[in-house]
Design a protein around this ligand. Structure first.
Ligand code: SF4
Ligand code: SF4
Length: 400
């Protein structure tokens, strides 16, 4: 793929919003086809002989019913429509935890891909790409497979997110950064605003041609992994990631301007958050004002007045483990990107302090909030949904 190192191309701020009330294959195929037709047809985004890479959200291993990953029927429908153009399709992602094949199998995407002859490509080999016009980041390590493709088609899932409030089209490209390199961005940009700027730069660099957002069943509450599926019956299609995320926000009653990826995406020319031509079904018919999402801007752990430990500890939301749900698997410890780790495994010890292997009861890891940067990677990947984000009392009072 030819990545840009110049100013981004302005994409048309048209969003197709199409009702689709379930994952029945023929309904999803028809809905995706209708959305593509509203945007000018699949041929606008892929041509015969081009190598098009599909990028679903494969965050972690989970089944389609959990609403963590892009549903396989959305993947199937988009693949079939793009294949009709004569394009050569492949797919890939770099999950937050676990190998791509295992995660794709669990998500049901590997089976569909094999059925349709869509090849899975490795995202493990990075190539450094310089990006002089980056607003914040001038150089990225990108999966070689992404760079090898002629074009990228992004298939995000609409979910809540502790750091960015919602995850959709813009955040989906973070998986193009291979493996643990993603963690280094959390360490370098611990506050939501700078992290969002990095994501905007990443999208300005990669310029996916098309976004098809799966909001047929979204995730509300403790997302992006531990929340609850919430049927919305919506598919959103656009070439503009800012516009599509802004429309998704309006569906769930979230002000797009408190989502830093949308705000900075608009400011840095990635897309248009306000002046959007909406085609298809009326947005009001999808509006869910009681969708469970945090509607307040996240306080930055490095923001003005919050650099002191005392202020941070009393104001910034922190991850907390529910001991009743924790199985002491230590995934959270592995995922914590800071050194030394902000989470310590806590095994039951005998009287001498040595680990007693006869004891099978293991307690949850303990946090050291003095080194925790509030990236919420632990909350994002806990397989038992045992970690939630809690705002200290003072922070809650100030917010209210
Ligand atoms: S909090 Fe979650 S990820 Fe961490 S040890 Fe417990 S179950 Fe595992
Ligand atoms: S403990 Fe969790 S929120 Fe804190 S730095 Fe580690 S992964 Fe991030």
């Amino acid at each position: 793929m030819s990545v840009t190192t110049d100013e981004p191309r302005r994409v048309p701020s048209t969003v197709a919003l199409v009702r689709c009330d379930g994952y029945d294959p023929s309904s999803v195929y028809a809905a995706v086809g209708r959305g593509l037709d509203l945007l000018g047809g699949a041929g606008r985004f892929a041509e015969a002989g081009e190598r098009i890479l599909l990028k679903p959200n494969l965050l972690v291993a989970s089944t389609p019913g959990e609403a963590v990953t892009t549903h396989p029927e959305v993947f199937r429908a988009v693949s079939r429509h793009l294949a009709e153009t004569g394009a050569e399709l492949s797919y890939g992602d770099s999950p937050a935890f676990g190998g791509t094949r295992m995660v794709a199998r669990r998500a049901g995407i590997e089976a569909v891909a094999q059925e349709l002859g869509v090849q899975r490509v490795q995202f493990g080999h990075p190539q450094t790409v310089s990006f002089p016009s980056g607003g914040l980041i001038k150089q990225f390590d990108i999966a070689q497979a992404v760079l090898d493709a002629d074009g990228l088609v992004s298939l995000p899932k609409l979910k809540t997110h502790a750091l960015t409030r919602m995850t959709g089209a813009i955040k989906n490209q973070f998986g193009c950064v291979p493996g643990m390199r993603k963690g280094t961005f959390h360490v370098r940009m611990p506050d939501a605003e700078r992290f969002a700027q990095m994501l905007v730069d990443l999208n300005r660099l990669l310029q996916p041609r098309l976004f098809v957002m799966d909001a047929i069943v979204a995730m509300e509450g403790n997302g992006p992994r531990g929340g609850d599926p919430r049927p919305l019956g919506a598919l959103l299609l656009s070439a503009d990631p800012v516009a599509i995320d802004a429309c998704a926000c309006r569906i769930i009653g979230l002000d797009p301007q408190i989502v830093d990826t949308i705000r900075w995406g608009g400011l840095w020319g990635l897309g248009e958050p306000k002046d959007i031509q909406l085609l298809g079904d009326p947005l009001d018919s999808f509006y869910e004002p009681d969708f469970r999402v945090d509607r307040k801007r996240a306080p930055s752990p490095t923001g003005p007045g919050l650099k002191s430990r005392l202020a941070r500890d009393h104001l910034v939301p922190r991850p907390v483990i529910d001991p009743a749900l924790c199985t002491a698997c230590h995934t959270c410890v592995k995922m914590c990107p800071v050194t030394p780790k902000a989470l310590t495994p806590h095994a039951k010890h005998d009287r001498t302090g040595a680990y007693d292997p006869r004891e099978t009861e293991l307690r949850p890891p303990t946090y050291d909030y003095s080194v925790c940067i509030r990236c919420y990677c632990c909350q994002e990947t806990c397989p038992e949904h045992a970690i939630y984000v809690k705002t200290p009392l003072l922070g809650r009072l100030i917010h209210s």
